[in-house]
Design a protein around this ligand. Structure first.
Ligand SMILES: C[S@@+](CC[C@H](N)C(=O)[O-])C[C@H]1O[C@@H](n2cnc3c(N)ncnc32)[C@H](O)[C@@H]1O
Length: 230
């Protein structure tokens, strides 16, 4: 979402905040360190096989660029792109291409180069999104898109998806309610989340999404006033 806003020039500056070290390595490499060209070249030059991938993933003491490459490779070969410990590998994949099933080097490299080209508009913070919100509650000139792990109810799809899957949802709703700027938040649709939104006097609306298994799921958009969405 943040990248789209930056590409479309809907904001003069976009800040992405992420806690996960593996994901953070990618944004640090491209946005903070200017290693996008290097990363894109590595992706194009990688001769992709079970052996080369295993060797790459076993490397330790990595530079930030190498960490970014590891994350991208892991995301492409793990089922559902999951990076959390315990994630399984794709077995047969698309068209029986196995481990290389989702390895599209040209697309990845192009995408990274595109992001690199607008990195002046982007800023990345490897940190806690709740802290960031707390520090910026009074900023009327900022808008926030909040996409937390979906772990706020027992019917929570996010638990096995992320290394950092547990956050203080109650605190997040409280902070969202205090923001002077506009915000949008996404969640899975579930009764406890509706209750939390109502407790903090937030507006909510149901939208239908398709998940990775092409199954329709109801999700919630939460904001201050979603009249424009209805
Ligand atoms: C639903 S995903 C959002 C993914 C994001 N929109 C993207 O495209 O990369 C939730 C993300 O929140 C991150 N996360 C969990 N707790 C966090 C926190 N306290 N601060 C910042 N990010 C956090 C997880 O690591 C995970 O990547």
């Amino acid at each position: 979402m943040g990248l789209s806003v930056a590409f479309e020039q809907l904001a003069s500056r976009v800040t992405l905040v992420e806690l996960d070290e593996q994901v953070a390595a990618v944004w640090k490499a491209i946005i903070s360190e200017g290693l996008g060209e290097w990363l894109a070249d590595q992706i194009i030059d990688l001769s992709f096989s079970l052996e080369t991938v295993e060797t790459l993933l076993q490397k330790r003491s990595l530079t930030i660029g190498e960490q970014a490459l590891q994350t991208i490779v892991k995301n492409r070969i793990n089922r559902g792109g999951i990076l959390a410990p315990g994630a399984g590998r794709v077995k047969y994949g698309e068209k029986g291409r196995g481990i290389a099933s989702r390895w599209y080097p040209k697309t990845l490299a192009r995408r990274i180069r595109d992001i690199s080209a607008i990195r002046e508009r982007l800023r990345f913070i490897h940190g806690d999104g709740l802290d960031f919100l707390r520090q910026h509650t009074l900023h009327q000139d900022m808008v926030f898109f909040i996409d937390p792990p979906y772990t706020a109810s027992s019917n929570c799809p996010g638990k096995r998806l992320y290394t950092h899957s547990s956050i203080d949802h109650e605190r997040l709703f409280e902070l969202a309610g205090q923001l002077a700027g506009e915000f949008l938040m996404t969640y899975n649709f579930d009764e406890p989340i509706v209750e939390m939104a109502e407790r903090y006097h937030l507006d909510w609306h149901i939208i239908v999404m398709k998940n990775t298994h092409h199954i329709h799921k109801r999700e919630m958009i939460i904001g201050r006033d979603l009249a424009w969405l209805r």
